[in-house]
Design a protein around this ligand. Sequence first.
Ligand code: T4K
Length: 396
Amino acid sequence: MKLKVSSLSYFSKCPHFPTPLHVGQLNFPEWNRFESSFKQIFERGWYTNHGPLVCELEERLADFLKVRNVMCMTNATIGLCLAARALNLKNKVIVPAFTFAATVQSLTWAGIEPVFCDVDMNSHLITGPHVEAALEEGVSAVLGVHMWGQACNTEELARIASKNKLKIYYDSAHAFGCTHHGIPIGNFGELEVFSFHATKILNAAEGGCVCTNNDDLAAYIRNSRSSYGKGLSVPVELTGNGRMSEAQAAMALLSLEDFQKNKTANQQRAILYTDLLSPIPGIYPILRDKNEKNNYQYVVFEINDIEFGLSRNELIRLLEAENILCRQYFYPGMQRCPPYISKYQKTLNNTDELCKRVLQFPSGSGITHDNIRDICRIVEYIHENSKQIRSKMRKI
Ligand code: T4K
């Protein structure tokens, strides 16, 4: 590949890739398996309301995650909203500001005030000291996020929770198939919530689930998930509709069968990115614990603008012009987003810094190893010519 500053698409409007390369996973099951599964749904004439595929999926997930109860949901956002009510949370909940909007907004939907806490610069996770620094009058729980499939220090957080009489639960949207001390994520805190969005490793197109080892909590969530919940009938104040459809469950079951294959492919792509990008000054991969299982759902790097020569945002703009659509999860920090920004005064230095540095590269089955080699070569070229590129960018 021959590159010149003037031929970068940012200046020439001639992208290296003819079609966009996305961050999303979009791992498709083979068409014949999908067709056969859908044919059976048509033949049964049973589309939703806890049909046989949803029940089968819940059993298979419980087995896979080694957890007593799995309640499939329309998506993780609804799972988080129902969880907040099921846990009977009051007043305020501590939550990281470095997360997706749904984590925090689930609290707002449940009438709870989020109290933002900072995260660790290396792991991007909340830690005991960060939670303790955020403790204030009225806090009833901590909502942790297992960012990029890495687990929070659940033991340390459990100690703090117990000392301060707080409940603790987890947003595990990124962590399906990952472990903590060898135990599958899904078994920690009061409950955990996974996402099966199309861009996740377990893909139900849209979907998610709540997991818990607490049978009473599970019964409550099953009944609040819909007014005609499956299972033990227990009184709930409010019901909603978080039901997963048979179509979603069909997709998720096929995706679960492909999990190991998709995870291995993700891992190979992440290793290739890391091998090719790590020698470039100012671009650092997130370091994952090799003793734990990770799903490599996101290929996450940090940009140090001084060492790299350009900021993360400048790099994103240059790559976008080449049809390499990186994401800046998460920008800005939730403490700087409406409706929270108007009330929030505290400074969260690590969150602010990470929001400027972190980016995710295209991954998933649509991205070949040749694509990755080209992407990395373009990034390397951009670094090597950063001075010239920056001055040319400023003239536009
Ligand atoms: N907690 C955390 C920590 C989360 O990260 C999320 C969601 C949640 C909770 C809530 O889970 P859900 O309620 O969604 O189950 C995406 C996803 O929509 C979202 O699920 C995810 N996290 C978040 C981090 O990213 P967007 O709006 O940035 O990306 P999106 O959906 O446009 O997908 C990325 C790229 O993939 C697109 O640019 C195009 C491509 N794509 C996407 C879809 C859906 C396709 O090519 N085809 C597709 O069908 O939010």
